[in-house]
Design a protein around this ligand. Structure first.
Ligand code: HEM
Length: 411
């Protein structure tokens, strides 16, 4: 990219160009305020070195965030608990669970999926061509990863409308959470929101529990069976842990990669010089995927809880506080990335935090990268140009903690 074009793309700004919401504040230019800030009852961390420090110290920055969320913000009832979810567990239990699930969900299992991912991508694109229109999310970015993870787990991919309903119920919230709201006054609204979360949760748990129980009786060649049978140092996963991990895979296995595919095509639309470059040299597809994870970070925020008083970015944070760590903002910190507002796949190294870092580093990263690479390669083969339709504007998911395309019509 010439310096002029680089400047022009950066000046136009992706947020202005696609009219993106102010809630996704990290897409609206570099931050000028403090890197660590108390707001709405929690500590927000925006800077790259500060976020890096958090990932490196799980003893101080615990993943068990539920214990610091006030009771009035948690759903009532015994059927909702994040206890036992791998993303919420701290050492030493985390290490044990991670070893067990990693023994079932290996790199080899993922690598062997490549031909299936390619043939599914072609099938989905053929179907879209027959329908005569192409909306990237509905036609490819959503169904592809869902079918892949369902087949891998061993649950019927034909149930995917059900999975979508559950994922939407859990993630499609459009407002920021606040711990600062009073406990009184918002009861009816809050109860309705809780019920909207609990219902899909209950349904998903009983659906996967039934499938896991079936695998105990009748093992099959699928990941659920491997999870049921996985054993490390003579220990197996208890039933509820099998179900919890299957829920994480089913949710993480589809919404995130859907975002990655949509976001990557959006980046190539916004930066046509980069589209031309990757067309000319396909060996750069993996670098395009990595830069897309930095530039439009799918999981834009994660939670942590302090276990002791700690100094971070020059600020003293007391013990037992909730932290929101804004990966989306850290990935655009000019102290770490030169010209952070520019989509530049030639960054080398590109130490983005899109998959997290440290002991909780995304277990599905090899699968997400593989799906991204295979699907993008095929899209580039089958479309002479990937361009969004100006008459059918791009829509982003409303949740402020996520950056993901919800609708992207191609010309
Ligand atoms: C963890 C992002 C795809 C499974 C994480 C974390 C991030 C992340 C940021 C760290 C969470 C934390 O530190 O609290 C993403 C992104 C994806 C993606 C951006 C796609 C572009 C997937 C896929 C799967 C998956 C496809 C599985 C099929 C997991 C699991 C963990 C995790 C199991 C928890 C690991 C642990 O706690 O030890 N992911 N993910 N992810 N991800 Fe992903």
């Amino acid at each position: 990219m010439s310096t002029d074009r680089r400047d022009e793309s950066a000046r136009t700004g992706i947020a202005e160009r696609y009219h993106l919401s102010k809630q996704h504040f990290w897409l609206h230019g570099p931050r000028t305020g403090p890197q660590v800030e108390f707001e709405a009852g929690m500590w927000n961390v925006y800077g790259y070195p500060e976020v890096h420090e958090i990932f490196g110290d799980p003893a101080t920055f615990s993943s068990d965030t539920m214990r610091v969320i006030p009771e009035h913000l948690l759903p009532d009832g015994e059927d909702f608990s994040l206890k036992g979810f791998i993303t919420q567990i701290d050492p030493p239990e985390h290490g044990k669970l991670r070893k067990l699930v990693s023994s079932a969900f290996t790199r080899k299992i993922v690598a062997d999926l490549e031909p299936r991912i390619a043939s599914l991508t072609h099938q989905l694109l053929d179907a879209a061509r027959e329908r005569g229109r192409f909306e990237l999310v509905t036609d490819l970015a959503y169904p592809l990863p869902v079918i892949v993870i369902a087949e891998l787990l061993g649950v019927p991919s034909s149930d995917r409308a059900l999975f979508k309903k559950w994922a939407d119920g859990l993630f499609e919230r459009d407002s920021k959470v606040s711990l600062a709201e009073p406990a009184e006054g918002l009861d009816a609204e809050r109860d309705a929101a809780m019920e909207a979360t609990l219902k899909p949760w209950r349904e998903m748990t009983s659906y996967l529990a039934a499938h896991a129980a079936e695998r105990r009786r009748q093992p099959r060649a699928d990941l659920l069976t491997r999870l049921v049978e996985a054993e490390v140092d003579g220990e197996k996963l208890p039933d509820d842990q099998v179900v919890n991990f299957a829920i994480v895979l089913l949710l993480a296995g589809h919404i995130t990669t859907t975002m990655l595919l949509g976001n990557t095509v959006l980046c190539l639309d916004a930066f046509p010089e980069e589209q031309a470059r990757v067309r000319a040299d396909r060996s750069t597809v993996p670098a395009v995927i990595e830069e897309s994870l930095r530039f439009l970070t799918p999981f834009a925020a994660l939670g942590r809880a302090t276990t002791r008083e700690v100094e971070l970015g020059g600020v003293t944070i007391p013990a037992d506080q909730l932290l929101m760590i804004w990966l989306g903002a850290a990935n655009r910190d000019p102290r770490q990335f030169r010209d952070p507002e520019v989509f530049d796949p030639r960054r080398d190294p590109n130490p983005h935090l899109g998959f997290g870092r440290g002991i909780h580093f995304c277990l599905g990263a090899p699968l997400a990268r593989l799906e991204g690479r295979v699907a993008l390669d095929i899209l580039l083969d089958r479309f002479d140009t990937l361009r969004t339709d100006p008459d059918d504007p791009v829509v982003l998911m409303p949740a402020p903690t996520m950056t993901g395309v919800r609708r992207l019509a191609l010309l």
